[in-house]
Write a protein that binds this ligand. Structure first.
Ligand code: GDP
Length: 366
């Protein structure tokens, strides 16, 4: 019956009642087919047309699944986006997974300019992880997209899992699906498995992929992180917040009383301090506008639906809210999900983000 069918792409239970919900397949297709490898319409479109459909995920189910990990012995692979670290944090992960060892994967290293040393990035990741109170058994930097670090990751997983199941967890947009595909690609046996047979999910929407030597690799649904700018944008606008290629730093020599707009998604006022360089690490196609602080409000009002897009004209897009910042050292002002602007030491700033989106200030990464 329909109740027992799950999408092999995302693990959602297949249904034909509501095309806006996860797991939708037209009724005609569900009834006719003899196939066991069924994709929901969303995954089908994603695979064939590279189209992203907006489907709400169920956070309660995800938390149940996390809790169930705590009731068994397993290795937890925690995927984080180094470009959007705070947006990748799953609150209280340890409470859910209990005693189980965690391997932290820092994904999307390909975005970081190549002049930056991997060793430094490794230290930075370890520090960030320590600051959120997690003591991982190992960390590994990867690019799921450019297939960097995947073999090293697999070796670490093999050495740490002792034949047990491996749960891959992460927030949405950290690149978890891309990573699972990269792992499958790197291991042709697994690739054959996933393309030729059906992986029954459970009501918790997990996808199990058998590993050589016993145990499964378990893909879990991503948890939606409240406060992610991605949640506010349409699929067309999302490409600006999940950059696909190496970032080219954009350098602005600014005097006090100047303002930078990150399209209509963020704004940084340089209120007071010595002139210096402000370096933006955001998607290469995101429009950045420099203006006088005294003009900024007026400029925003006049151009928020043409020059300063995204967001496109959306009546429900939250207002930009100001945060006061004073730096002591050279710092990154992190517009969560969008990127960051590196600013000089000892300056006074005002950073504006859409209401509800988190602002972070950290010592400069680069
Ligand atoms: P999930 O929601 O965690 O499963 O994330 P996805 O695998 O769907 O990826 C989210 C976005 O990040 C997509 O736009 C991917 O193309 C992009 N992405 C995933 N991995 C990488 C990576 O290693 N580098 C870069 N630059 N982008 C990535």
């Amino acid at each position: 019956s329909e109740n027992e069918l799950f999408c092999v792409g995302c693990g959602a239970q297949l249904q034909s009642q509501d095309s806006k919900l996860a797991g939708f397949v037209p009724a005609s297709r569900l009834q006719q087919t003899q196939e066991t490898d069924l994709y929901c319409q969303r995954c089908f479109r994603l695979r064939h047309y590279n189209e992203v459909a907006e489907v709400p995920l169920d956070n309660a189910a995800f938390q149940d699944l996390l809790t169930s990990i705590g009731h068994q012995d397993a290795l937890v692979v925690y995927v984080m986006d180094i470009f959007n670290f705070s947006g990748s944090v799953i609150a209280n992960l340890r409470k859910f997974i209990q005693h189980n060892p965690v391997l932290v994967v820092g994904n999307k290293i390909d975005l970081i300019p190549s002049s930056y040393h991997v060793n430094k990035l490794q230290n930075w990741l370890q520090n960030q992880v320590k600051q959120i109170g997690l003591k991982p058994v190992a960390t590994q930097l990867v690019s799921a997209k450019k297939l960097a670090g995947i073999d090293e990751l697999m070796t670490k997983i093999e050495n740490l899992r002792h034949g047990l199941d491996v749960y891959v967890v992460g927030s949405t947009n950290v690149g978890k699906s891309t990573l699972i595909n990269a792992i499958l690609q790197a291991n042709s046996d697994l690739k054959d498995l996933i393309t030729t047979s059906n992986y029954p999910g459970t009501t918790l929407n997990e996808i199990r992929i058998p590993l050589a030597g016993g145990g499964d690799l378990v893909d879990t649904p991503g948890i939606i992180h409240a406060g992610q700018i991605a949640n506010l944008l349409t699929p067309q606008e999302l490409k600006y917040v999940a950059p696909q290629t190496q970032l080219h730093p954009r350098i602005f020599q600014l005097n006090a009383q100047q303002t930078l707009f990150l399209a209509g998604l963020g704004r940084l006022d340089f209120v007071e301090g010595e002139a210096g360089s402000f370096v933006a690490y955001v998607d290469n196609h995101l429009y950045i506008h420099r203006t006088k602080l005294s003009n900024a409000d007026q400029f925003y009002a006049a151009h928020r639906s043409d020059l300063l897009t995204p967001p496109q004209k959306q009546t429900d897009f939250p207002d930009l809210v100001a945060h006061d910042i004073t730096t002591t050292v050279k710092s990154d002002i992190v517009f969560s999900g969008l990127g960051w602007v590196t600013v000089p030491k000892q300056v006074r700033l005002k950073a504006y983000l859409p209401a509800g989106i988190k602002l972070d200030v950290r010592p400069a990464l680069i």
